[in-house]
Design a protein around this ligand. Structure first.
Ligand SMILES: Nc1ncnc2c1ncn2[C@@H]1O[C@H](COP(=O)(O)OP(=O)(O)OP(=O)(O)O)[C@@H](O)[C@H]1O
Ligand SMILES: [Mg+2]
Length: 525
């Protein structure tokens, strides 16, 4: 209920009380009136009554209204005070709401910062860290664009390495020399102080390239040095070109908290990467050394085998060859005395054939145990192939019913080789191919020559039985043979000859499909 209504009720209540008083007075007067009437005249009594009634009424009303007025004033004052208190309360509520909002904003910032730092420290991959930093700056801290530049210690320049919202192409050409002390970005770094840069003509320094000047031409940019373990490693540059939001000191403080962590994360990732690279390089070197060691070991074993074989060959040549020539001479003499139609002729021929075979083995062992002496001649390898295949087409290819196909490079460069020894290598490989194709339905032999500019290649492919995978690494070993009458020296001798030419011989094979042997001879050997 408001004060006016309350007062109106109070007024009517007072009038009621007063009327009651009058009635009481009337009754009282009636009771005492006979005694008064006895002392005073009736007209005097009437006048006195009216006068006293008027006085009492006036006084009563005055008193009542003074009282009521006081109450009214007090209530009004009270109401005003209440209103003031209300306004104050509202102000206080507004203030606390504003503080609450600020607090929750700060809380959000802190939790964002926490999130970013956690994401940054969860990886050691530099690109991922840079991604997290830039995305966080634009997403949580609400900047339009951000660039991270790192110092290239060797070239003494500051180079952008990652950015968000900026044209990568123009950035790739932006470099800031660290020696340019007039450049505000360099100044900010050297002073280790973040700065808000406004465009000014002085920043368009001649040492800046167009991209740097263009960057500085933005309304406002913030430059925050990136520090790690007391050393400046680069800068973070942010701007609000699109939203046109003004950058303030407050922003710098916020960014500084962020860059303290970012700098450390970047440096850690770089150290990790360097260490990883170093480890990889070391591992590569170790692998290379192990491979070399294995090769040297293999060569050592081979040379030991060779020297043992050399000694054996010398003994064999002395102890076997001489008796063999005696046996052959005697066998020839006996053979001449045996008539052509005699049954013994067959046996004398056997002796001669086997003596020849033994002689061939001894020659093979001797040639394998000696380092091949080369008589070099500049020649086109195609010529050797042509000569050999013309001969084979009249002999082995007919005998084994082999289809020959030559794919010879017409522009093959000349190479320095020992023609006879290369012929022997090709013949060894082709004879093996003929032998291992003899039981196959498809009997095709292809000889291909080509060059890569530095080497000449000769590839001989057959459609033979193939080499089992477990044997492929043994076929060049001396005396390894799967043929009943093979000595296992053909490929070992061939490898020796190719190595003497500083070349390489390799084999590939697939069971029941075929095998191919590739010979590589350097052009400048
Ligand atoms: N074209 C081929 N197809 C399948 N196996 C092959 C082929 N060429 C070589 N080999 C395998 O390699 C082994 C070694 O060959 P290599 O020419 O050194 O000796 P060989 O032919 O057995 O005897 P020889 O000393 O009389 O030539 C062969 O016994 C065979 O197992
Ligand atoms: Mg052979």
């Amino acid at each position: 209920m408001n004060a006016e209504k309350y007062l109106a009720r109070l007024k009517w209540f007072s009038i009621l009380i007063f009327s009651l008083l009058l009635i009481v007075l009337g009754f009282t007067t009636k009771l005492i009136l006979p005694s008064i009437q006895a002392s005073f005249s009736p007209s005097f009594i009437r006048v006195s009554f009216v006068v006293s009634l008027a006085i009492v009424t006036t006084l009563s009303f005055n008193l009542l209204f003074v009282f009521i007025n006081n109450i009214y004033l007090k209530m009004k004052h009270f109401e005003e005070e209440l209103e003031e208190t209300n306004i104050l309360m509202k102000k206080m509520t507004d203030e606390s709401e504003r503080k609450n909002e600020l607090l929750s904003h700060r809380n959000e910032e802190l939790s964002n910062l926490h999130k970013i730092i956690r994401e940054m420290t969860q990886t050691m991959d530099l690109t991922k860290i840079l991604d997290v930093i830039l995305e966080s700056i634009c997403k949580y801290l609400m900047y339009d664009r951000a660039i991270i530049c790192l110092v290239d210690d060797e070239k003494r320049v500051l180079k952008p390495i990652h950015s968000l919202g900026v044209d990568e192409d123009s950035l790739s050409r932006m470099t800031i020399p660290m020696t340019d002390k007039t450049n505000p970005i360099v100044q900010s770094m050297l002073e280790k102080k973040p700065r808000i840069l406004k465009w000014s003509q002085e920043y368009a320094h001649p040492t800046n390239n167009n991209e740097t000047n263009e960057l500085l031409h933005k309304p406002v940019i913030a430059v925050i040095p990136l520090e790690a373990r007391g050393k400046i490693i680069g800068v973070l540059i942010v701007d609000n070109t699109k939203s046109k939001k003004i950058l303030e000191e407050r922003n710098l403080r916020e960014l500084l908290v962020f860059t303290n962590q970012a700098g450390l994360a970047i440096e850690n990732a770089r150290l990790y990467e360097t260490e990883k690279q170093f480890k990889e390089q070391l591992q590569e070197q170790v692998n290379l050394a192990v491979k070399k060691l294995e090769e040297t070991q293999a060569q050592l074993i081979q040379s030991e085998k060779l020297s043992a074989l050399g000694e054996m060959a010398a003994v064999v040549s002395h102890e076997v060859r001489n008796p063999l020539s005696t046996i052959r001479g005697s066998a020839e003499l006996i053979d001449e005395t045996i008539p052509a139609d005699s049954i013994n002729k067959k046996y004398s021929n056997f002796i001669l054939q086997e003596v020849d075979r033994l002689n061939r083995i001894v020659t093979d062992i001797l040639s394998f145990s000696q380092v091949p002496r080369l008589i070099l001649k500049k020649i086109n390898i195609n010529e050797i192939i042509d000569q050999l295949c013309t001969f084979l087409q009249a002999s082995d290819f007919v005998k084994y019913e082999i289809k020959y196909h030559g794919d010879l490079d017409k522009n093959l460069p000349l190479v320095n080789v020992d023609v006879e020894q290369i012929k022997q290598v090709v013949l060894n490989i082709i004879q093996n191919a003929c032998h291992f194709m003899s039981n196959q339905k498809l009997r095709q032999l292809e000889v291909k020559t080509y060059s890569d500019g530095n080497n000449v290649y000769l590839k001989i492919s057959d459609t033979g039985a193939g080499i089992p995978p477990e044997n492929i690494n043994k076929i060049f070993d001396p005396f390894f043979s799967t043929r009943a009458k093979g000595t296992g020296l053909g490929l070992a001798i061939s490898q020796n000859i190719i190595r003497a030419h500083k070349g390489l011989i390799t084999a590939e094979s697939q069971m029941n499909v075929g095998s191919s042997f590739t010979i590589k001879i350097p052009i400048e050997n």
